[in-house]
Design a protein around this ligand. Structure first.
Ligand SMILES: [Zn+2]
Length: 89
């Protein structure tokens, strides 16, 4: 497959489209072939996938840090913050 700016641009457009709706069979095949040949678009595809996963996680109702095992405040930190806020009111 011959790579040029226009084919990379089309690959980016299809990768973005793929986040919103299903690609046609021809589009999927074209994109797959392009990604096999183009390292730059593979990187962009990975970045789009990471952004898509993050957005999906943020849309989930229980996407808190506690639910995902991410960073949490210690009880001591929560108490200090609550006491500072209580002093201000
Ligand atoms: Zn490309």
């Amino acid at each position: 497959m011959k790579l040029n700016f226009m084919s990379c641009r089309r690959a980016s457009e299809l990768a973005a489209k793929q986040c919103i709706t299903a690609l046609s069979r021809g589009e999927r095949i074209w994109l797959g072939m392009h990604l096999l040949a183009c390292a730059a678009c593979r990187k962009i595809g990975l970045q789009i996938s990471a952004i898509e996963q993050t957005l999906r996680l943020l849309q989930e109702p229980d996407a808190t840090h506690e639910a995902t095992g991410g960073p949490q405040l210690s009880d001591e930190s929560r108490r200090r913050i609550q006491s500072v806020l209580a002093d201000r009111t």
